[in-house]
Design a protein around this ligand. Structure first.
Ligand code: PMV
Length: 339
């Protein structure tokens, strides 16, 4: 039996991914840019062998529903790459509020990709791990590299994420509602593409915004990154609301946080709001202003501060591969393994 354990963190998009160009290969219609968080880690252990079927234990509970189906489909890809037919047991501890629009799937599939590749004896580059994670969940592509990351649109070879230079940034997560979202991002993306008249404009404008945000990151221009981030989030939600039947993720309480963030800016703080496929709001800020922003927004929900996080990494890898190549040696980055 071979076993490997990996840790990955969620990321929050500054420029959002919303829509696939190819659903089978999980190729996005546009590029996107994110900041990796240093909170809400997912720790996943994959053990190959000793089980007749794939099993999934999520936060201590044996899971047999759709989550196991997605994990099995993902492991099938890994097995194809490794030339293995062995099943695996997957044990995952996910500290992201599941389904709350805070991208639990990003840290989940980034940790699974990293642990499964090592446990099945694959020695993948960061780029290839990112491409593999993409097949589990689009946003997981960006949780493989650390820090601020761009996920390139492209074909199967060219669509991966990598870290880009950026000024120091922080985030304040305002959790308004930690319950499951009304409609998952896969189905909501499909409906948006099929029915929202705004979708073509979303693709054109987001492609431009990726270039603009990367230029602002390279220039260290935080206010420009912030204003583009808030604008892109509102454009995504407008596009989604244009679907039929409509999908609306932001609630009155979410909008109140956007208003409060505008007031903080007027008062001189660096703060820009964004939101994924759910009601929760994440505020992009600077390391200097993060605690003032967190204190000011405490009345709106559960508030958690985050710095810029590390990439996905192995924390343990051992055993003898019984099929395919020998397992990759443990790659433990000490500075990142302290959770
Ligand atoms: O790949 P998914 O299903 O996690 O989709 C992510 C979609 C958003 O979180 C709304 C945007 C993004 O780029 O993370």
């Amino acid at each position: 039996m071979t076993t490997a354990t990996a840790v990955a963190h969620p990321n929050i998009a500054l420029v959002k991914y919303w829509g696939k160009a190819d659903a089978t290969l999980a190729l996005p219609a546009t590029g996107s840019v994110s900041m990796g968080l240093d909170v809400f880690p997912t720790t996943t252990t994959v053990t190959v062998g000793g089980t007749a079927d794939d099993t999934l234990t999520l936060n201590g509970a044996v899971t047999t529903d759709g989550a196991l189906v997605r994990v099995t489909q993902f492991l099938d890809l890994v097995r194809t790459l490794a030339g293995s037919t062995e099943h695996a047991s997957v044990v995952s501890e996910n500290t992201v509020p599941t389904g709350a629009g805070l991208a639990s799937s990003a840290s989940g599939f980034a940790a699974l990709a990293t642990a499964a590749a090592a446990a099945y004896g694959l020695d993948l580059s960061e780029r290839d791990l990112s491409r593999l994670a993409r097949r589990g969940s689009g946003s997981a592509t960006r949780s493989i590299p650390g820090g601020v990351a761009v996920w390139h649109a492209g074909d199967d070879q060219g669509s991966y994420a990598e870290t880009v230079p950026a000024p120091p940034m922080a985030m304040v997560v305002v959790t308004i509602d930690a319950g499951p979202k009304p409609i998952g991002s896969r189905e909501a993306m499909r409906r948006t593409i099929a029915t929202s008249p705004f979708y073509p404009a979303w693709v054109t404008s987001t492609t431009e915004t990726v270039t603009e945000v990367l230029a602002a990151c390279a220039a260290g221009d935080f206010p420009r990154i912030g204003e583009l981030t808030e604008s892109n989030a509102l454009r995504m939600h407008a596009t989604i609301e244009g679907a039929f039947p409509p999908i609306r993720y932001l609630t009155a309480r979410s909008v109140a946080v956007f208003d409060a963030v505008a007031e903080l800016r007027a008062a001189g703080l660096q703060a820009y709001a964004t939101a994924d496929a759910g009601p929760n709001v994440v505020v992009l800020t600077t390391p200097q202003d993060r605690s003032a922003v967190a204190t000011a927004l405490a009345g709106h929900g559960d508030v958690i501060e985050s710095g810029t996080g590390p990439g996905a990494h192995l924390v343990r890898s051992e055993g003898t591969a019984t099929t395919g190549e020998a397992p990759a040696p443990a790659v433990v980055r000490p500075e990142e393994s302290a959770e």
